[in-house]
Structures are given as structure tokens and as C-alpha cells.
Design a protein around this ligand. Structure first.
Ligand code: PEP
Ligand code: CO
Length: 463
């Protein structure tokens, strides 16, 4: 039952315990930075946020597929054209593959243009044998492994805002400039997959997509420029509450507050305490929000979160992003799905198959492609079995040729990890692994579609 809550303001989170916040030495400097941020223009527009909320509501009902992806920790040095273009490119390519599989629009959301802050399980980490404060993201401090470099510096919040603005500006320019070329499989980076044993299986999908594109290009009504027009939304974890508060603005037309620093924000698994500052902040913003849920989250806790965060049961408002680890989904997910169904809560379900599948290997973190895929598959099965709907997936990935996750058709092994391990935080699927993941999810989507057709066909026969 929804208890009557005290009045919300963009500052009301300050009265609650706030987990994972940096401790700044100079609070006056922090206040000055936040005041400056408050005067800056928004990065996104209310209409875009509401459009995304509608799309997410549709996807929750089975109309549309969510592809959410990007870096674990976006770095300030990633704010350069090559990195941004590669990230966008791989997400667009995956979305074309998924659209083909699902025969439905794909909602593209990047973990980009602001994903500069990280929650950490431990306050310290050991780098080259030296213990230093854990890296909390470029918005907080420098990556260099020394106590001095890791001292939180509020000026970096301004740097983060500027880089988010530049990144988003470039993303918008590329999209508005027409991305038809990137939709085109001729321009995809498929070389490494083409050399693998699995290629014939994936080639068929690429050929179908080519056929469809040729058909549309030769068909008068659909110009290549139409193919190049896509929607793309940006998101980040809403972790640093001072920063998020400064980008929260009241909309004069409807009186609601929006975080105008991103279209969508999510609450991390470590900061979703029902009485904590993050949930307090998030309950008052009108953006669509994600909530990460690990296998420890029980149904009562989930329902309390939904009471707080979405008392009006607004469709598209909440995306539940489960990250339970492969092998754990069958046990942990059904109680949550049943609780949502029983209480008729409107949510959009998404699977993050990355964060429950991280392992240590050779002094770094890695993830096995097969474990990631297994969690996606298990999640599809559980939702289907319970008559629920998995609307999409969230990946940590990059368009670059890194060696951070093992496996896939390109058969990266633990020995390969050192070759090009770039991540400052969690391991990402590389370009080839990401495209392959999209090919494989396409199969799951097609199987789901076939089951739905069978069921509706059977229904017609009975009538
Ligand atoms: C993340 O998405 O990078 C992350 C830290 O996830 P989680 O909160 O699920 O651990
Ligand atoms: Co991560």
C-alpha cells in the first residue's frame, strides 16, 4: 500500500542516506559548481523524454524491442569522434538485426553522454600492488592509481557536463545528417565474424536484411534518407545526486519535474534502498526510469519500490532491469514476475545479462559470451512460461575491437584478454561479439513470434 509520502522537491533526497556519494573536501567549491550547472541549458527536451516513455510503454506491451547499450564507465577521453561514431554504429547495426528478427521497431538507448560515475562494491582497490581509493568514474576523479589522483574534484562535474553536451551534439548531428550508410550491411564491420565457423548461420540474416533494404530503396515511396532517420536516446546511472539535482528542471507546461541531463536514468543495484536518497530523488522526476534488480531482490521489496517510484502505475515509467546471473534466473525471476502480475503493476521488463556474470581472470574482470547469452535465453524462457513479456536487453559493449569478454564465434580466450583490455570498469562485448549477440537474440525473437502466431492460430481454429 502506498504510504502518504512527504512532499518531494529536487532537494528532498538530501534528508535521506545517500549511498555511493564521493566525499568532497571543499564543499564551497562543490556548491559553486552545482550553482553553475543549474544555470546551464538542458541537454535534452521534455518532448523527447515523453516520446521515449511512450515507446517504453509500448515495448512493455509487446510492441517494440529495447536495445540499451554502451560503456560500463564512459571516459572523458571517449569524447572524440571515432569513439562516439563506433559506439553509435554498433548500436545501430545491432538494432537493424533485431528489427529484422522481431519485425518490430527497436528502441535504441545508449549508455552515453553522461555515463561518467560508477558505484563500487569496495572503497579501495589494488592497482599494480598498490591500494588506492576505488575508481568512481571520470565525473568524480582521475583514473591514475594514486591517492592524489583519486581525490574527488567537483570541477570534474562541469567537465562531465561539457563532454555530455559535446557527445550528444555529435550523436544528434550524425543522426540528423543521415545514417543510411550505417544501416547498410555493406558497411558493417563483419570481417572477423565472416572468418568463423558460425558465419553461414548469420549470413542468411544479413542477406535478408540486404534484400529488404534493396526492396525499400527501389520502392519509390521510401527514400534512403528515410532509412537514415532513427531515434536515439541517451541514458546514464543517476548516481551523483548533486549533479542530477542541478539538471532537474520544472516544466512550465505541465508542472512536472524532469531531469534534462538524459532521456532515461536508472537506479543502480547498489543504490535502490527503498528509504535511500536515490529512490527519493527518482520518485519525483517524470523521466522514464530503470531499476536494476539482482537475484537478492524479493517480491516485497520490488513492490515497495514500485509503490514509491510509480504510485500512479504510469505505463513506460518503470523499466525493471534484471541482472541475476546465468543459472540464477529460473529461481530469482519468477517471484518478481508473479508479484507484478498479481498486483497488476505496469512495468517494462529488460534483461541486463552482464552484471551477474562478471568473473575475475588473470588480474582483470571478464565475462564469458556463453554466460551472457545463457542469461538472455533463461530470461526469455521465464517470461514466456509465466505469460509475461521480456521487452529488451541491456549490454555493456563497444564498437571497438577490444578483448575484454571471452568467447563468441571469434573465440577469444583468457590469454587474449591482455591484448586490448581498455575498460576502466567492467568488461564489454566487442564489435564482433555485439553483432553476434544480436544475431542470436534474433533467433529468440523469431521463436517467440512463431509461438505467438501458433497460439493465435490455434485460437482461431477453435472459434
Ligand atoms: C552498471 O550498469 O554499470 C552497474 C554498475 O550495474 P548494477 O547497478 O546492476 O551493478
Ligand atoms: Co558495469
Amino acid at each position: 500500500m502506498n504510504k502518504r509520502m512527504p512532499q518531494w522537491t529536487p532537494l528532498s533526497w538530501r534528508k535521506r542516506p545517500a549511498a555511493q556519494q564521493p566525499v568532497y573536501d571543499d564543499l564551497r567549491a562543490l556548491t559553486a559548481v552545482l550553482d553553475e550547472l543549474r544555470r546551464f541549458p538542458p541537454l535534452v527536451f521534455r518532448g523527447e523524454i515523453e516520446a521515449l516513455k511512450h515507446h517504453l510503454a509500448d515495448a512493455g506491451r509487446g510492441q517494440g524491442v529495447i536495445l540499451h547499450g554502451g560503456n560500463c564507465a564512459e571516459r572523458f577521453i571517449d569524447c572524440e569522434p571515432g569513439c562516439i561514431a563506433n559506439q553509435l554504429k554498433v548500436l545501430l547495426q545491432m538494432s537493424v538485426i533485431l528489427t529484422h528478427g522481431a519485425r518490430q521497431p527497436v528502441i535504441r538507448i545508449g549508455r552515453i553522454a553522461g555515463q561518467y560515475a560508477k558505484p563500487r562494491s569496495s572503497p579501495v582497490e589494488v592497482v599494480n600492488g598498490v591500494e588506492v581509493p576505488s575508481y568512481r568514474g571520470d565525473n568524480v576523479h582521475d583514473i591514475a592509481a594514486s591517492a592524489a589522483a583519486r581525490r574527488p574534484d567537483p570541477q570534474r562535474l562541469l567537465q562531465g557536463y561539457y563532454r555530455a553536451a559535446m557527445t550528444l551534439n555529435y550523436v544528434r548531428a550524425m543522426i540528423d545528417g543521415g545514417f543510411a550508410d550505417l544501416h547498410h550491411p555493406y558497411n558493417w564491420n563483419l570481417h572477423s565474424i565472416e572468418r568463423t565457423r558460425e558465419w553461414p548461420e548469420y549470413r542468411e540474416t544479413v542477406e535478408h536484411i540486404l534484400d529488404a533494404i534493396h526492396f525499400m530503396e527501389s520502392f519509390g515511396g521510401v527514400q534512403p534518407s528515410t532509412l537514415g532517420r532513427v531515434d536515439f536516446y541517451v541514458s546514464h546511472e543517476g548516481l551523483l545526486l548533486g549533479y542530477e539535482e542541478a539538471l532537474t528542471r520544472r516544466d512550465e507546461t505541465n508542472g512536472r519535474y524532469y531531469n534534462l541531463g538524459a532521456h532515461m536514468l536508472w537506479i543502480g543495484n547498489r543504490t535502490r534502498a527503498v528509504d535511500g536518497a536515490h529512490v527519493e530523488y527518482f520518485r519525483g522526476i517524470a523521466n522514464p526510469i530503470g531499476v536494476k534488480l539482482d537475484a537478492q531482490c524479493g517480491p516485497e521489496e520490488l513492490l515497495e519500490l514500485l509503490d514509491r517510484l510509480n504510485p500512479a502505475n504510469e505505463p513506460g515509467r518503470i523499466t525493471l532491469i534484471t541482472r541475476m546471473g546465468h543459472g540464477g534466473v529460473e529461481q530469482a525471476l519468477p517471484p518478481l514476475v508473479r508479484a507484478v502480475q498479481k498486483q497488476r503493476r505496469v512495468v517494462t521488463w529488460c534483461c541486463d545479462p552482464m552484471h551477474g556474470n562478471t568473473r575475475a581472470a588473470r588480474g582483470c574482470k571478464t565475462r564469458a559470451f556463453k554466460d551472457v547469452l545463457a542469461e538472455v535465453r533463461e530470461s526469455f524462457h521465464v517470461h514466456a512460461r509465466l505469460g509475461s513479456h521480456l521487452a529488451g536487453v541491456q549490454f555493456e559493449l563497444t564498437g571497438d575491437d577490444v578483448t575484454e569478454c571471452t568467447g563468441g564465434a571469434v573465440r577469444l580466450t583468457r590469454k587474449d584478454l591482455a591484448r586490448n583490455y581498455q575498460s576502466y570498469c567492467d568488461p564489454r562485448l566487442n564489435c564482433a561479439q555485439s553483432l553476434e549477440m544480436a544475431f542470436l537474440i534474433t533467433k529468440l525473437l523469431k521463436a517467440r513470434m512463431a509461438r505467438a502466431q501458433d497460439t493465435s492460430g490455434a485460437g482461431r481454429c477453435r472459434r
